[in-house]
Design a protein around this ligand. Structure first.
Ligand code: SF4
Length: 672
């Protein structure tokens, strides 16, 4: 008879919700993944992506053994080797590169795919620090919003999702909870049922009109003038909360000076939205109480993004919307908790040059532009840059270099793993221990292995332990077991400044925060933690020309391409199954003028490259705006290229963030 057990764990994928899970395991194999108890916000349901995550764990494409490349780069021709051989090969190559060019010629390249305190920026960082490798600026997502939130509010804890029904007005700007924060949707519905006015600013109409009272389809990159136009309207109408601002904020003059250049009609014209609707939005926001802003990450992905986020995040302060349950803002809620890595290792000792991950194409192809040696070795883990980083053709050109030694640690044969010299099989979050601070709900989620690692897959912990020992590094961390690391990390975690109790985290459950109340209320039990305790309305990260607007115009490429997240993937994770056929979506008027109908094969192109895929005509987009989803794999398109082949690799001046939505393209039908 089969031995069946139900094991508690948490979802630590890159999603704000951090669901509690229950995994049914029969004879050591995953049978079912469903919602668990513990996280009250996410009890009851989980997304379809994780319900079917077992498909990735057991698929034929799962990487089970270390591999060595035998064919041309990119062809995914490999031979199986042992872990000992793989570790020896990597160690010898890294030693040789260090001797010839120095450690900075080695670049660790990672993001937080399914990783948290235990497997990202801990033992991996110790390993690369001891190598003297280059450091990586993780800018592909959330860098500008993080910089603004930090400089403006000192990452003050945001409004909890469970308090959304208390609001009378909710503005969702640059976020699509249906795709990547589904547990917010029931709270929006409850707020609506109680009479809240819900407005959304997003280039695409993603949420149903039953839920949304007002939708502004802002032109990509024009969030900044739109926000400044609203601020100017409030300033002229005497709506600013001068008493609150005098007591709690500085930097008002610079913001209002910038806003004065954007009278509402001009701002609406630049953002290509109806001025009457913008006026209504501004008036309702100013009058409502409690009023709430949910700021997302979509608006940061253009060269005006950091400035736009700052203008939008200033709104609750300008209108004095803090101080009651359901009032204020939510951006990332991760800032109220964290792990003090310095309790585990001397993290300040790693001071090599920093490489911006968004600029990978330039970094690999134009060594003369680097300060220091060229990159001779890449160690890729927790991410899939060939599919997800701007200028895909440039990135591929870099990966094809004969003199580049590439190691990829992965769960499945991704587009990036195909270019590796050495592939190292990695565990999924169902096969190792992890602790992850949620950036949506106020919990840390813990995983425990629900099955044994498949094949010879290893956790990052185990992999970097072996690599560190092979290099002769003597830090204690290279000798710790997974359980010992767990205890060290638990000891270093602080949530709202308070330590955590280990029991629930050892058991794969979530651990909540204590805010001296059930949830944070801004300016009641949580406050800005900037150095002077003030809100900085013109934060330092905006540089010398704060709130300056730089539009992207192109005569040759008249269509703005956006590449938002969908409900099908988590970045590119699960893109191998869930986005099998790439489509570009365009408005009926753009389709008609080009003789395109749904299902046609089309060419989407600009000076960086082209994507050949199918067309889908959809009036939820505005004229002049087209969409190819993020997270697709190369096999999904008809020419092996995805949206990043069209994304420019220039970066935001705020924190060097990626500018995917600055892509401008043309589309033509391909003769059938
Ligand atoms: S991806 Fe998000 S919604 Fe889905 S199970 Fe994980 S935390 Fe929950």
């Amino acid at each position: 008879m089969a031995r069946t057990e139900i094991i508690a764990t948490s979802c630590v994928l890159d999603c704000p919700d951090t669901c509690s899970l229950e995994v049914t395991v029969s004879d050591g194999a995953i049978e079912k993944i469903g919602p668990g108890e513990g996280n009250p916000i996410t009890g009851g349901f989980i997304c379809s992506k994780v319900r079917s995550f077992g498909k990735r764990v057991y698929h034929d494409d799962r990487l089970l053994y270390p591999l060595r490349r035998t064919g041309p780069k990119g062809k995914a021709e490999f031979d199986r080797i042992s872990w000992d051989e793989a570790i020896e090969t990597v160690t010898e190559r890294f030693q040789k590169i260090r001797e010839e060019l120095g450690g900075e010629a080695i670049l660790p390249y990672s993001y937080g795919g399914s990783n948290g305190f235990m497997t990202d920026e801990l033992i991996d960082s110790i390993y690369f620090a001891r190598l003297g490798a280059s450091r990586l600026a993780k800018t592909i997502c959330a860098a500008p919003t993080t910089a603004v939130a930090s400089d403006m509010y000192g990452k003050m804890a945001g409004v909890a999702f469970s308090d959304y029904p208390e609001a009378n007005f909710i503005l969702v700007w640059g976020a699509n909870p249906k795709a990547s924060n589904i547990h917010l949707v029931p709270y929006l519905k409850e707020a609506k049922r109680r009479g809240a006015f819900i407005a959304v600013v997003d280039p695409i109409r993603q949420l149903s009109s039953d839920l949304v009272d007002l939708h502004l389809p802002v032109y990509p990159g024009a969030d900044l003038p739109l926000a400044l136009g609203m601020i100017d309207t409030w300033a002229k109408a005497g709506k600013l909360d001068q008493d609150f601002l005098a007591a709690h904020a500085d930097g008002l003059d610079s913001l209002l000076t910038a806003a004065s250049s954007w009278p509402l009609e001009k701002a609406a014209a630049e953002a290509r939205v109806d001025v009457a609707k913008v006026r209504e939005l501004a008036e309702r926001f100013a009058e409502a109480s409690p009023a709430l802003l949910r700021c997302g990450w979509g608006l940061e992905r253009n060269q005006n993004g950091g400035h736009a986020v700052a203008a939008i995040m200033a709104m609750p302060a300008l209108l004095g919307k803090f101080g009651g349950r359901g009032g204020g803002y939510t951006l990332s809620n991760s800032g109220a908790g964290g792990m003090d890595a310095s309790k585990i290792w001397d993290d300040a000792s790693w001071r090599t040059r920093v490489i911006n991950m968004t600029e990978l194409a330039r970094v690999l192809n134009e060594p003369d532009t680097l300060d220091g040696p060229p990159i001779r070795a890449l160690f890729v883990y927790n991410c899939n840059p060939v599919a997800t980083v701007p200028d895909q053709n440039g990135v591929i050109r870099g990966f094809m270099r004969d003199d580049l030694f590439t190691v990829v640690s992965e769960q499945v044969m991704t587009d990036t793993a195909r270019y590796a010299d050495i592939v190292l099989p990695a565990t999924t979050f169902l096969e190792h221990r992890e602790l992850k601070r949620s950036y949506g709900n106020y919990v840390v989620g813990a995983t425990q292995p629900v099955i044994e690692p498949r094949g010879e897959a290893r956790s990052n912990q185990a992999m970097f332990r072996a690599l560190g020992r092979a290099m002769g590094f003597i830090d204690d961390a290279f000798g710790w077991s997974e359980d010992e690391t767990l205890e060290k990390v638990i000891d270093a975690i602080r949530l709202n400044g308070k330590p955590v109790s280990p029991q629930p985290l050892r058991a794969g459950k979530v651990h909540g925060y204590d805010f001296d109340g059930p949830t944070p209320i801004q300016f009641e039990n949580v406050f800005p933690s900037t150095k002077d305790g003030k809100i900085h309305l013109t934060p330092a990260c905006l540089g010398k020309t704060p709130y300056k607007y730089r539009p992207v115009r192109s005569d040759d490429y008249p269509l703005a391409l956006i590449s938002p997240a969908t409900s099908k993937t988590i970045s590119s994770t699960l893109g191998e199954f869930n986005l099998p056929e790439l489509k570009v979506t365009l408005h009926p008027s753009d389709a008609t003028s080009r003789g395109i109908t749904t299902g046609d094969r089309v060419r989407v192109f600009n000076d960086l490259g082209e994507v050949v895929c199918l067309a889908r005509v959809d009036e939820r987009l505005s004229p002049g705006v087209v969409c190819i989803p993020k997270g697709a794999w190369m096999k999904s398109s008809l020419n092996g290229r995805v949206s990043t082949a069209l994304s420019p690799a220039h970066v935001n001046e705020v924190a060097g963030g990626a500018c995917f939505n600055d892509a401008r393209v043309q589309i033509t039908a391909i003769e059938q």
